[in-house]
Every structure is written in structure tokens, then in C-alpha cells.
Design a protein around this ligand. Sequence first.
Ligand SMILES: [Zn+2]
Length: 70
Amino acid sequence: MKCTKCGEEMRPGYVMVPVGSVVGWYDQEERKRAITSGFGGEMLLEPGMLRALYAEAYRCGNCRLVTFKY
Ligand SMILES: [Zn+2]
């Protein structure tokens, strides 16, 4: 996969987070709400039956950009 920013070939790998964690997406309003209430956002990776959460990802070392599908 080519980097959308610089065009270099991206390195395949995984984004992983510890058990009990989630990866969420927040727009600006949802971020403010989440800070004050602890709720909101869209969960991209949620806990499953695995020891750790992971998603296949591609990383560009030039741009420090990581792309993953949720
Ligand atoms: Zn790049």
C-alpha cells in the first residue's frame, strides 16, 4: 500500500492495544462530551475474545502515518 501523503510504500503490521482498552473516534464535540462525561465517540476496536485487540495496519516511516481498517 502506498502512503497517501508522500507516496512511499507503507510497511504492513498491526495496531495493538492491551486487553480492556478500546480505540475510539471522536469529533470535536464528542471529544468535549467524552472529557466531561466519559461517554461518546465511535468505538473502532472493541474488546473481543483475544488476548489483545489488533487490526491489520500500514505504517509510513516518513510521515509517521498509520492506516488501519476498523
Ligand atoms: Zn508517507
